[in-house]
Write a protein that binds this ligand. Structure first.
Ligand SMILES: C[S@@+](CC[C@H](N)C(=O)[O-])C[C@H]1O[C@@H](n2cnc3c(N)ncnc32)[C@H](O)[C@@H]1O
Length: 338
């Protein structure tokens, strides 16, 4: 008699990435890893943009990957989830180019969002980042054929035609001219069926860079698929607030060592825009703050397709809608899909 078959359940790209990143620091004394992270944080705090890569060697990129990649992965994963929700049913990118992709967080995020394999190219000027990206991707068979290509973002940047262009946590490192150049190159390269996704830290200046990129994409004929419920101007008065969201990230032992404390997770704040050449189905409204749960009611701060920013109070009297509001999260569409 044959032995019963064990069902084959491949690990998700998110789990595979987590395991690959955990292995990265094996054998590296914890103090050395923490020192590399400190050095990296100092370079990122310094005067950016720079005219040479910040990620200069293997220690820099290993520190970046172990310390920041889990967070940039989760932020991009969240943005791509919103794009998938707004795209017509069955839409999946047939190809991806990740610009300033570094160690490939956005490539892993796309693999975690859409099943199957697709041609993918990662462009970056830092060779050590590309090398480590290639090494990490070797642990996921779906990413085995990704091309890791050295390329400098600037006026001369050209991107091959593709269905999905990702630009995550890159604009901050560029001069204003290069920022415009990368967004325009992304817009030119997106196919008729294509999308451009830009993600930045969820800070006031990150939001400003997103708003500028969003406007350039709209001017180039794109539709805003997420997070906004429309492609009109953002209703936030400049300088008064900033649109951002939050993604939960498990903390590694390296995080705990660098940041102290014993929390098992931290929240990565990010701003983003997903713009499409095709007509999307954006949400009617999006929850733009953490919902406030009070006795018998939930307060939702919304950005609405009709009416801009506003607050909705959902009470027990609303029955199933109240239960949905209690489960709703910052960044979700509202009302929930049927
Ligand atoms: C903060 S990292 C983000 C990496 C990755 N996209 C992510 O989300 O984790 C910024 C990346 O942009 C790249 N970069 C910065 N300026 C660049 C330029 N002018 N040309 C090409 N790559 C650049 C850096 O080398 C680095 O890999």
């Amino acid at each position: 008699m044959n032995a019963p078959l064990t069902p084959y359940s491949p690990a998700s790209p998110a789990d595979t990435l987590r395991a690959a990143l955990a292995g990265l620091l094996d054998g590296l004394p914890p103090t050395q890893a923490a020192r590399a992270v400190d050095r990296l944080i100092a370079s990122y705090r310094g005067s950016t943009p720079t005219d040479a890569p910040i990620l200069r060697d293997r220690a820099d990129v290993a520190a970046y990957a172990a310390y920041r990649m889990p967070a940039t992965f989760e932020a991009v994963r969240s943005a791509l989830g919103a794009l998938a929700d707004a795209a017509p049913q069955g839409w999946a990118p047939g190809s991806q180019v990740d610009v300033g992709g570094g160690t490939g967080a956005a490539v892993w995020a796309a693999a975690d969002t859409w099943a199957g394999e697709r041609p993918v190219t990662v462009l970056d000027w830092a060779e050590p980042a590309l090398a480590l990206g290639r090494e990490l991707a070797a642990s996921c068979h779906r990413l085995a054929s990704v091309k890791w290509q050295r390329s400098r973002i600037g006026a001369a940047l050209t991107i091959e035609s593709t269905d999905l262009v990702t630009v995550s946590y890159v604009l901050k490192e560029l001069t204003p001219d290069d920022r415009r150049a990368v967004v325009d190159a992304a817009a030119r390269s997106a196919s008729e069926n294509g999308a451009v996704v830009v993600v930045e830290p969820g800070t006031p200046d990150g939001y400003e860079r997103i708003i500028e990129a969003r406007q350039r994409l709209v001017d180039a004929g794109f539709h805003v698929a997420a997070p906004c419920p429309h492609s009109d101007a953002c209703p936030i008065e400049p300088g008064t607030d900033w649109c951002h969201f939050s993604a939960r990230v498990s903390r590694s032992s390296l995080h705990r060592q660098v940041k102290g404390g014993s929390l098992a997770y931290e929240d990565e704040k990010f701003s983003y825009v997903c713009a499409t050449r095709f007509v999307p189905e954006p949400v009617a409204a999006r929850i733009v703050r953490r919902p406030q749960i009070r006795k018998g009611q939930v307060l939702l701060d919304l950005c609405e397709a009709e009416g801009g920013l506003g607050r909705e109070t959902v009470t027990k009297r609303h029955g199933p809608l109240y239960r949905a509001a209690r489960d709703a999260d910052w960044g979700d569409g509202w009302p929930p899909a049927q």
